[in-house]
Write a protein that binds this ligand. Structure first.
Ligand SMILES: NC(=O)c1ccc[n+]([C@@H]2O[C@H](COP(=O)([O-])OP(=O)(O)OC[C@H]3O[C@@H](n4cnc5c(N)ncnc54)[C@H](OP(=O)(O)O)[C@@H]3O)[C@@H](O)[C@H]2O)c1
Length: 362
């Protein structure tokens, strides 16, 4: 499989936090063009993408076989990030599997699956770690690698296993949104002495581009990425070092977190906003994110940082490095420094779901 197998990539989730840097990295030169799927091509994010060279849009939902077919047809690459926070775990599983099958049928040559760790399996099948939006992807990731053992010559496949975006530690409407308490930036989360393998979105674009550029090596890979496993006392210290403003981490029990924390208002709602609350397979936000925090608190997920150093020698390696870059980037864009940007009136959501307030069709 040569590196010019793919020239046009169909992207599902392109207007999302993850999709935007992926598309930007793919069209940063003339090598690839992108067609992305969106339910709303008139959104600000869609318009920003369409202003780039070699980017077009297909309107529709991934939960529609005819749309998937049209999207994959005429493309030789695919990057598929099915939004489990729309669908819920059960529906996500179905459409992720169908995406892979339809991509093969429509002649795609290389398929990249936006994955998350199969935490339940990695924990030894311990219910404390059940996280619908992780297991829903992780099971399909394994299934794709298994299919790829026989299909890999016809359509190569790589599983791209990410983790909580580091951008979420400053953004509103995320599981780790901080508060400013008496002038101290404060993270109150149920992490204990654990550490979160946060990923920087900028690096996300680089890694996906690397996969498409190196199909021989990437075929069959499960590329697990992160900046580092970041303990939140270290996160707070890094923020202080970069901004000169005080920050703290306060370990918080789960009951207090789901009562008073950033997810408190929606704790009893389905984790996927279009999932059926009466379906017993549907996890609510409380159960889903209890598993999520337990994964990090108990160190269930690992990363091969030596491999990441090899693939991406200039990757972001620490929270402090990311804070510093983000501080400089914000200043260059006229948004001010990080300290200004964490004040309530200046915060902007990194997730499109946050911008859309958990609404939109399936
Ligand atoms: N938050 C994190 O730290 C994190 C980390 C790794 C992985 N993930 C996973 O990434 C997925 C979400 O992507 P994101 O993080 O980029 O979130 P996001 O910023 O909220 O973006 C959601 C994306 O999904 C698209 N989408 C939603 N429903 C759709 C539908 N029915 N048909 C077509 N497109 C649809 C949206 O497109 P339109 O609105 O334009 O249609 C948008 O591009 C989730 O499965 C989540 O578990 C999240």
């Amino acid at each position: 499989m040569s590196s010019d197998t793919v020239s046009k990539v169909f992207v599902i989730g392109g207007t999302g936090a993850q999709g935007i840097p992926v598309i930007r990295a793919l069209v940063s030169d003339e090598k690839y063009s992108v067609r992305f799927l969106s339910r709303d091509p008139g959104s600000r994010r869609a318009k920003d993408l369409l202003a780039l060279d070699n980017v077009s849009v297909l309107e529709g939902s991934f939960a529609d076989e005819a749309v998937l077919r049209e999207g994959f047809r005429g493309c030789d690459g695919a990057f598929v990030n099915i939004d489990g926070f729309n669908t819920g775990e059960k529906t996500e599983t179905y459409w992720a599997i169908r995406s892979y099958e339809i991509a093969i049928e429509e002649g795609v040559k290389f398929f990249v699956y936006g994955n998350l760790d199969y935490g339940l399996k990695k924990s030894g099948y311990d219910t404390r770690f059940r996280t619908g939006h992780y297991d829903g992807k992780g099971r399909v990731g394994e299934w794709i690698l298994f299919q790829n053992q026989v299909n890999g010559d016809r359509m190569g496949a790589a599983v791209f296993t990410t983790g909580p975006y580091i951008e979420m530690v400053l953004s509103p409407g995320t599981p780790m949104t901080p508060t400013v308490e008496d002038g101290v930036l404060t993270w109150r989360v149920p992490l204990g002495e654990g550490a979160v393998p946060h990923l920087a979105l900028e690096d996300c674009g680089y890694y996906v581009r690397w996969i498409f550029d190196h199909p021989e090596r990437a075929n069959g890979i499960d590329l697990g990425v992160a900046v580092d496993h970041i303990a939140y006392a270290d996160l707070a210290a890094a923020f202080e070092n970069v901004t000169g403003h005080p920050a703290q981490y306060i370990d918080t029990d789960l009951d207090t977190y789901f009562r008073d924390g950033p997810l408190g208002r929606i704790a009893d709602a389905p984790a996927g906003y279009n999932a059926d609350p009466n379906d017993k397979s549907t996890m609510n936000v409380r159960d889903n994110f209890t598993g999520f925090w337990n994964l990090w608190k108990h160190g269930v997920v690992e990363r091969d940082y030596a491999l990441l150093d090899e693939i991406h020698p200039n990757r972001i390696r620490s929270a402090e490095e990311w804070f510093r870059r983000e501080d400089q980037r914000g200043r260059a864009l006229g948004k001010g420094g990080l300290w200004e940007r964490v004040q309530l009136e200046n915060r902007a959501p990194i997730l499109k779901t946050g911008e859309d307030l958990r609404t939109g069709k399936l």
